[in-house]
Design a protein around this ligand. Sequence first.
Ligand code: UT7
Length: 327
Amino acid sequence: MGKFLPDNIVTNEDLSKLIDTSDEWITERTGIKERRHIVKGSGDSPATMGNKAALIALERANRAPEDIDMILFATLSPDYYFPGSGVLVQKLLGIPACPAMDIRMQCSGFIYGLSTADQFIKTGMYKNVLVIGAENHSGGLDFTTRGRGVSVIFGDGAGAAVLTREEDPNKGILSSHLYSEGQHAEELSLIGPSTMRWVPEIIAENDPTDESYYPYMNGQTVFKHAVVRFSEVINEGLQKNNWAASDIDMFVPHQANLRISQFIQKKFQLRDDQVYNNIMRYGNTTAASIPIALTEAWEEGKIKEGDKVVLAAFGSGFTWGSTLMHW
Ligand code: UT7
């Protein structure tokens, strides 16, 4: 595992100088105290941050870039409209040819990436798969009071994992459970610049009230669906593996909102030491949140070999999923 966060710390106080918000509102509703933003012109992007996280993960896994058989890059904020950021990481790592695929599943992207890697490894097709989650949110948020419901929540960063073949069937990823429900696609979305309405058209319209090129979130609807789907998909994983909630050594939820994590913790009656949260420091980093949190939990010695680990995510799409593993 590896992670990379930009140095630039943006506190709730900093945001309250730009927009009509407060530390009190943000802390009470989300638990977030600060987040990281890429400094414009620093050269950091989802691909470069993903690459830095990947280099740490590769070193820790004792693998060289040329050992990687496949790259999976989860992001909703790719460097370019096309091609994907996966091929940019491939270039940065100096891997001449391997599949490098972007995963467009937003907050659930890393879970989808792990599951995809797991399938390719279990079928015997690949041995070492690099899975990255990385986001540059700050480059595309509305930092006026109009956008405050969204812009205070999201942060930038990257996390990476190197997955490798393990012969012992009781080790590693035991099961993944993936879902999408497109009927809610627009509830958390960015629909502005698209093939149906390209940038020159938006410029020609010159409509100052047009918010379509900023992310939109129907916060309360997303919240309500999140708590239900998180619970369902964790339960499904527990049942599949014959685990009780009390068996879980570490639950790492997607860092969407501390209130969601606390709701789930309470519902499954988990102790504080069974749950890892770091949204206070980084905000919601979408596809990067689980790999960053997992890296930190492991670095801090809170996940040890043989531990039962549960990951779960919910987000735009709607998409959701869980992964259960023996570390
Ligand atoms: O990772 C992807 C999945 N995303 C999620 O899971 C997010 C789920 N949703 C949420 O976490 C919450 O809905 C939010 C944290 C986004 C919002 O909290 P809320 O309690 O649902 O607030 P709200 O949107 O209902 O807004 C309440 C009030 C509104 O004012 P009025 O209409 O009551 O006067 C907003 O205009 O708070 C206002 N508001 C703010 N005030 C200060 C919205 N954003 C802010 C802000 N600072 N940043």
